[in-house]
Design a protein around this ligand. Sequence first.
Ligand code: NAD
Length: 422
Amino acid sequence: MELTGKATAISRREFFKQGSSAAAATAGLAALGAPAILRGQNLNSRINFGVIGTGSRGCYMTRLIAGGAVGQITDVCDIYPPHLAEGAKDSKNGKVRSHEQWQKLIEQKDIDAVLVSPPLFLHVPCSIAALEAGKHVFSEKSMGLTVKQLNEMTACVEGHPDKVYMVGYQSRLKNSFAEVKSLVQSGAFGKITQFYVHYDRNITWRKEIEDPKWERVLNWRMYREYCGGILTELLTHQIDMVLDIIGTRPVKASCEGKIMVYNDGRENHDSIMGYLELEDGVLGVCSGHLSNARWGSCFAIHGTHGTIELMDRAYRIFWEKETRHLQTVGVKHKFTQIKLGQSLNVSDAPITEPDKLVEAGDSTEDGSTKALEHFYACVRDGAKPVMDAKSARKTSIAALTLYHSTLNGGRQFTVEEIEAMG
Ligand SMILES: NC(=O)c1ccc[n+]([C@@H]2O[C@H](COP(=O)([O-])OP(=O)(O)OC[C@H]3O[C@@H](n4cnc5c(N)ncnc54)[C@H](O)[C@@H]3O)[C@@H](O)[C@H]2O)c1
């Protein structure tokens, strides 16, 4: 949700730049039209955040919160002392409480919300404990590592309708994504037939650890006990966006996983490629690699009348020119009537030039900042977040279906089989 709708006197960027002074916070909240007494139970005028897992992501979010006006960090938690110290420093709060056990953080009565940012296998236990203790929860993606966890999480969220539970798929809040979603859902691209999601990096994921006791704690992305590798850590973002746009359920998947480069004892693959089928027969190619970053991260949705590809803040549209024949098989579309080579009318579609690259959203747009704003607005208004439990569960089910296939030599799994594991 854009704060600018209510905050016309103060831009979003200015709002977040104002820092953590109480005066700035009050000005920011007034501009937002927030009531003097906010709706959330025990909610302070700014959200008191406890952060579990102050590694790379937890510290990034801690710095965003500490430098903005939605809240303050009162508590940090990490089992690795150097990261705990870093989180405490980044909180910019001289009185911040530090914990080595996440249960202790959740016990703190004056925490309004918990930001859950440890490795994936802990997302659900921490989130459930926090909701049950009366806190709002901002959980990093993905939702959970097993179907059992997903089911427990969903049940817990349903049992606490007065609390906000949001999963950190921040890309869904970006303007570029909103434009792509609206274009696809308007039917501009005709009948959707296929999609492509990929997330490629050239990164080992291995951190050099001096004391072996921290190997699995800090190199958790490599081990199956803690996460599903590329599928739950990277590709999940792209799968999440495509499922949100197309709107249908995943039904089956097949995926190969290999270790192509990093033969260092890791269990999770450094290279995966497969397909995911949705309930209306739409097929998607899903791939991810840790050894070549050429294609970066992107998704493409193809239909009978065109294709749209989203790369972060820019999207590219390709219109199909040869579409009149589709009438003969009963595919009706407003563009089917055009003559070959004839350009489309501007009033029919906002973007008419083939191969056009559209920059969407301002260059300062940061999904994580928007996610914090959205979380704040949901807590304030008692509203349901866009990245809610239901949609995050659907994304996780798709990723886990692909993941289980990689663990079983690429054999096809139906979603029913995966659901039955719960
Ligand atoms: N939304 C996004 O775009 C985005 C980006 C990066 C990471 N993430 C997610 O954030 C989470 C953390 O990723 P990261 O890159 O910060 O990893 P990281 O390894 O840098 O940090 C994880 C931290 O959790 C700590 N930890 C492990 N077990 C713990 C326990 N029992 N109690 C408390 N702390 C514990 C580790 O010591 C480490 O400091 C992951 O779920 C990841 O998928 C999301």
